[in-house]
Design a binder for this molecule. Structure first.
Ligand SMILES: *[C@@H]1O[C@H](CO)[C@@H](O)[C@H](O)[C@H]1NC(C)=O
Length: 191
């Protein structure tokens, strides 16, 4: 009997530990053949899977773009990512936020910080070709894991096949641990 209770408790603990550990940041490899220069420049956000607690300023975003450039004179990979979008509608006010990409551990794997004192997030470009990219950022603060998988392209829209290809790639890596529905980003009527 005692053994039985002990076994049950153990199983509960294991079950609980599993629930917590199922939700943590993933460590996908950076895109094969990644070089910073290929990532620099303007990207349009095609869509994303983002946890509700993620970057709050992105919640109301449409017409979202990211403009990545090397920090002037930097030789350590430091870069700037200007996140720009419009609030709720293409005519809405600009919601811009400049992220600093620092601590590039391997090409394509940075830390991103928006404000001093706010913890930086892990920032990885996990897919990159001449036209498309996927960026995964994630942070765990007080056991709360927040992440965003951004599908990016050099053009405001892409083919359904390309979009599906990127989604399959991200899902194949098991990045969407909280099963957040994919949300397409409005890019029509923005320019
Ligand atoms: C926001 O960013 C966009 C794109 O870089 C730029 O055109 C616009 O002037 C910026 N607006 C504000 C208010 O910073």
């Amino acid at each position: 009997m005692r053994l039985h209770i002990f076994t049950q408790l153990t199983m509960m603990c294991v079950g609980h530990a599993f629930l917590i550990s199922a939700d943590h940041c993933k460590s996908p490899s950076a895109a094969t053949g990644f070089v910073n220069e290929k990532y620099y420049g303007l990207w349009y956000e095609i869509g994303k899977m983002q946890t509700p607690g993620g970057a709050a300023f992105e919640k109301d975003c449409v017409c979202t773009t990211i403009d990545v450039s090397q920090v002037k004179g930097a030789t350590n990979g430091d870069a700037t990512a200007v996140n720009s979008c419009r609030k709720l509608a293409p005519s809405g006010e600009f919601l811009n936020a400049t992220g600093s990409l620092t601590d590039e551990a391997v090409p394509g794997h940075w830390k991103e910080g928006f404000f001093p004192l706010v913890p930086k997030v892990d920032y990885r470009v996990i897919y990159l070709d001449d036209h498309l990219a996927i960026e995964y950022d994630c942070s765990t603060v007080l056991w709360m894991t927040n992440y965003c998988v951004h599908l990016l392209a050099r053009t405001p829209t892409i083919s359904d096949a390309d979009e599906q290809k990127l989604l399959d790639f991200a899902n194949g890596l098991g990045l969407n641990t909280q099963n957040i529905p994919y949300k397409k980003t409005l890019q029509n009527g923005c320019w």
